[in-house]
Design a protein around this ligand. Structure first.
Ligand SMILES: Cc1cc2nc3c(=O)[nH]c(=O)nc-3n(C[C@H](O)[C@H](O)[C@H](O)COP(=O)(O)OP(=O)(O)OC[C@H]3O[C@@H](n4cnc5c(N)ncnc54)[C@H](O)[C@@H]3O)c2cc1C
Length: 374
């Protein structure tokens, strides 16, 4: 490998790294992408709120869109906010990186102005680290089956999609299904006109629920519905990126760089928006961390991390009550908490409302968890 200098080396070509490389190329910068499998199809089912999708994404980057979702605690609350499932193949096609140099290798060491792979060195004016989450700490896990719309009809009922169904599983004799310590919920989301994903999800666990346990819960919840599944999905990822990403060089980006909401596991929407911000900063000769991490964004990131610790401290009943309160917040306040990456007043207001509406025991648990960092 030659040691030619590139404007930007992007390490990691997942959705975040690829979106960033796309924007850098559009701005006329020379880009080197380093990933052991740079063109591999993305297998996970990616979804986000429709209003998080940037306008530059083509409409066919979504394979399914609904106008509302339900949260069941088990009371049913309808959330009037659009939700989209990504068509990964269309998205990868849309994120063109023509002209970028691609190095299909793993980076073994990265530094602010170069990185090392098995076959040599890549020198760059700026290196961005988009290698995915840290792998450490609390994780989100899930096990899901893909079924036909017809088979999913009894689960969805009148809902277009179910973001969270916290209804306890009705089987008290089986210890595997006991959810009093770490609860899980059902996520039921149309993938396209034909298929629906039904996924038992452990939002955050340290340790998290195992895939085997989630599978047992899903089978108990759905009865025979899992037997004729068209496909299955297993999910396991760390909810933590690199601590204080705004202080690090090379700049961590995407799920690695504080753009994954630690209390929900969503990152796609944030990374797509951030890709334009970082590309503009680099093209304009500014430090990208300054543009990406204004003080409001740092404050929100700290609050969200505290929110993860609070969530981990709640038992199953408290978790259900917490999400019942959350579901009844005005959508604008929900949006501030879930999607307002730089909206510190909005995040604070949403969290204070949740705290104020909790019962005494939950308030004590939340306060202890936040103050002790757990
Ligand atoms: C099954 C599943 C479902 C999910 N669903 C959603 C969802 O609905 N919505 C959502 O927002 N998030 C979801 N997530 C979370 C998801 O991980 C992230 O949102 C998304 O993948 C993060 O993108 P990323 O590009 O930051 O990191 P990743 O997708 O993890 O990409 C990291 C890239 O870095 C490369 N890499 C790693 N190490 C090196 C190295 N040493 N050198 C070079 N390259 C390297 C990897 O090959 C990979 O291509 C889901 C995750 C899973 C596993």
């Amino acid at each position: 490998m030659t040691a030619a200098i590139t404007d930007v080396a992007v390490v990691g070509a997942g959705p975040a790294g690829r979106a960033l490389a796309h924007h850098l190329v559009l701005r006329g910068l020379t880009v080197t992408i380093v990933d052991p499998h740079p063109g591999a199809p993305w297998r996970p089912t990616y979804a986000c709120w429709t209003d998080e999708l940037p306008t530059w994404l083509p409409a066919d980057a979504a394979s399914a869109q609904v106008d509302s979702v339900e949260i069941r605690t088990p009371d049913t609350v309808r959330i009037a906010r659009g939700y989209s499932v990504i068509d990964n193949a269309e998205l990868q096609r849309a994120l063109t990186v023509d002209g970028a140099r691609v190095v299909a290798e793993r980076a073994t060491r990265i530094a602010p102005d170069h990185l090392i792979t098995d076959s040599g060195i890549v020198r760059a004016s700026t290196v961005v680290d988009a290698r995915g989450t840290s792998g450490q700490g609390p994780r989100q896990t899930a096990f899901g089956v893909v079924v036909t719309r017809e088979r999913a009809r009894p689960v969805l009922g009148a809902a277009e999609a179910v973001l969270m169904d916290w209804t306890p599983i009705d089987n008290t004799d089986d210890a595997t299904l006991d959810d009093s310590a770490v609860p899980s919920f059902l996520y039921a989301i149309p993938l396209d006109d034909e298929r629906v994903l039904l996924e038992e999800t452990c939002l955050a666990g340290d340790p998290p629920l195992t895939i085997a346990r989630l599978r047992a819960r899903l089978e108990a919840r759905l009865g025979g519905l899992t037997e004729d599944a068209l496909d299955t999905e297993s999910v396991s990822f760390s909810l933590e990126g690199i601590d204080s990403p705004w202080r690090r060089t090379p700049l961590p980006f995407g799920a690695r760089g504080g753009l994954l909401h630690p209390a929900t596991g969503y990152s796609i929407g944030m990374s797509f928006t951030a890709a334009g911000i970082v590309a503009d900063a680099i093209a304009g000769g500014r430090a990208p961390a300054d543009d990406l991490w204004p003080s409001g964004a740092r404050g929100v990131h700290r609050l969200r991390t505290a929110g993860l610790h609070a969530l981990l401290a709640l038992d199953a009943d408290q978790t259900r009550a917490f999400f019942d309160t959350f579901a009844r917040l005005p959508v604008a306040r929900q949006r501030a908490y879930l999607s307002g990456r730089t909206d510190l007043p909005g995040s604070v207001a949403a969290m204070l409302t949740l705290f104020a509406r909790a019962d005494h025991r939950t308030r004590r648990t939340l306060a202890r968890a936040v103050l002790s960092g757990r």
